[in-house]
Design a protein. Structure first.
Length: 94
């Protein structure tokens, strides 16, 4: 890295921890490109989140019902699906 402390978002920080624990050789192999890679993880996570939210919110099972508690449940379910997808596609990869 370039000697300064980088600031990462949630998913880049998780990806960094994962690489440190499970794929340190890959992390070492990236050398000066770690910050760029991790910022890319954050950008890709944001894009994936927006795309999946748009897709899921159009599905009948996630549309608003007018019932507050049901709508909160549906929103939370969508967030969980999106989170799992981001983690499996972008964070926990070797």
């Amino acid at each position: 890295m370039n000697g300064r402390k980088e600031k990462y978002g949630k998913y880049a920080a998780l990806a960094k921890m994962y690489l440190e624990e499970h794929a340190p050789a890959k992390l070492w192999g990236m050398a000066g490109e770690v910050a760029e890679y991790l910022h890319g993880v954050d950008r890709a996570a944001e894009e994936l989140s927006e795309r999946l939210y748009g897709q899921l919110s159009r599905k009948e099972e996630y549309r608003r019902t007018g019932n507050y508690m049901e709508d909160v449940r549906r929103e939370n379910e969508m967030k969980q699906i999106i989170e799992e997808e981001i983690l499996s596609e972008l964070v926990y990869v070797d």
